[in-house]
Design a protein around this ligand. Structure first.
Ligand code: SF4
Length: 287
């Protein structure tokens, strides 16, 4: 695979790479350096078949699954760039990997698990990275979550929930018509019980769509007393889309409604908006 281009922002500490695979397929990865850690967001598929209407990748459909090697190579390239001091701040080590780029990781199950093993097996067979530093994100493919729970991994699982009620989630995350909010959360809780890791709940806040305080309250009720952390993500608007980020006052009320149930909640720092940082936007403009 070859680099089509690197795009940097945040004084060079956020670096996005657009890759061309051997057959011309395009995928993206992003490296984000923070004062205390370096996170890479990688792709597991070229495109995505889950069809979420607010997502640039979802609009273009699925091209194909990435191979284990194509997944691992995104990381190896980032590790090399860090080691060689290409990212401002001096040489550094990679601390976190999130499967939150293009694709639904659990729809490419075998190759994703193969990549996790290759990344975390001890050297020299693997790269010796920590499983605890890896987050696998899913829209909620329930049978695959059950299977993942039996792998004996210590990775974190993140569920892209985006709505606490089936009526809205059916439209925002179409796979919800197959597996409902309750089933997805129960599968996630099973994973946390087996892995000992807290469940991440990802929730893209979309203005006037899913950001009402009553939905925050409903989410808080669903998660109360569970080993979870809610990550609210101000939506990265896709060019030409009606979907956009919430108003600050609505975001604040939403956070408070969740926190009122004692559920830990944070609003994610959004990086890379100037470089089409939302997954799939860069590949979409290249097409
Ligand atoms: S939000 Fe994630 S699962 Fe949904 S279409 Fe986009 S990449 Fe796929």
């Amino acid at each position: 695979m070859t680099v089509v281009r690197h795009l940097s922002t945040d004084q060079g500490t956020t670096r996005k790479t657009l890759w061309r695979l051997f057959d011309g397929t395009l995928v993206e990865s992003v490296l984000m350096r923070y004062p205390d850690r370096v996170t890479m967001c990688i792709s597991s598929q070229a495109g995505c078949g889950m069809n979420c209407p607010f997502c640039a990748t979802g609009q273009a459909g699925l091209d194909r699954n990435l191979s284990t090697a194509e997944i691992v190579h995104q990381i190896v390239d980032g590790m090399r760039a860090l080691r060689d001091g290409e990212v401002p701040g001096g040489p550094a080590r990679l601390s976190n990997i999130v499967f939150m780029g293009m694709g639904e990781p659990l729809a490419n199950y075998k190759r994703v698990i193969g990549a996790i093993r290759a990344l975390t097996d001890p050297e020299p067979d693997g790269l010796g990275l920590s499983q605890r530093g890896i987050t696998v994100s899913t829209v909620g493919l329930v049978p695959a979550i059950h299977r993942l729970a039996d792998e004996g991994l210590k990775c974190r699982l993140a569920i892209s929930l985006h709505a606490p009620d089936d009526e809205l989630r059916d439209t925002l995350v179409p796979v919800n018509t197959r597996w409902k909010v309750r089933e997805v959360l129960d599968a996630g809780f099973e994973y946390t019980a087996k892995s000992g890791r807290r469940l991440s709940i990802e929730y893209a806040l979309i203005r006037d769509i899913n950001d009402q305080a009553w939905r925050g309250d409903r989410l808080g009720r669903l998660l109360k007393g569970k080993p979870v952390h809610v990550n609210l993500i101000p939506l990265n608007p896709t060019p030409g889309s009606k979907w956009t980020a919430s108003r600050p006052e609505d975001e604040k009320a939403f956070v408070e409604a969740i926190a009122a149930h004692g559920v830990p909640v944070t609003v994610r720092d959004t990086r890379g908006q100037e470089i089409d940082g939302a997954c799939g936007q860069l590949a979409a403009t290249e097409r």
